[in-house]
Write a protein of this length. Structure first.
Length: 96
């Protein structure tokens, strides 16, 4: 569980990263889930964007992704969400 300071730190970093996972009109498919797993394993911090033509709700998608990927939801804003899962060894981020 992330503290408020940790979330604030990660939000500041996430402003500068592009959305690496995008969900389109087909919704949350297995390929999207697989792509998100690869991205979060490599980068620890990812931004997920739901396109305008998608019928999905960002909050439900964020909670579903968080449970499937075993990660934390840092922020949900607009049609974007930020997810974080820290590596056990050689983490890119040193949380406060």
């Amino acid at each position: 569980m992330l503290t408020g300071k940790q979330k604030q730190y990660l939000k500041a970093i996430a402003v500068h990263i592009p959305a690496t996972v995008q969900i389109g009109k087909d919704g949350l498919q297995y390929s999207v889930l697989e792509s998100a797993e690869k991205n979060i394993a490599a980068n620890e911090l990812i931004k997920v964007k739901i396109n305008q033509n998608a019928a999905e709700d960002i909050r439900s998608v964020a909670s579903l992704l968080a449970s499937k990927l075993s990660c934390e939801i840092v922020q949900v804003i607009g049609r974007n969400c930020i997810l974080f899962r820290q590596k056990d060894k050689k983490s890119h981020y040193e949380l406060p």
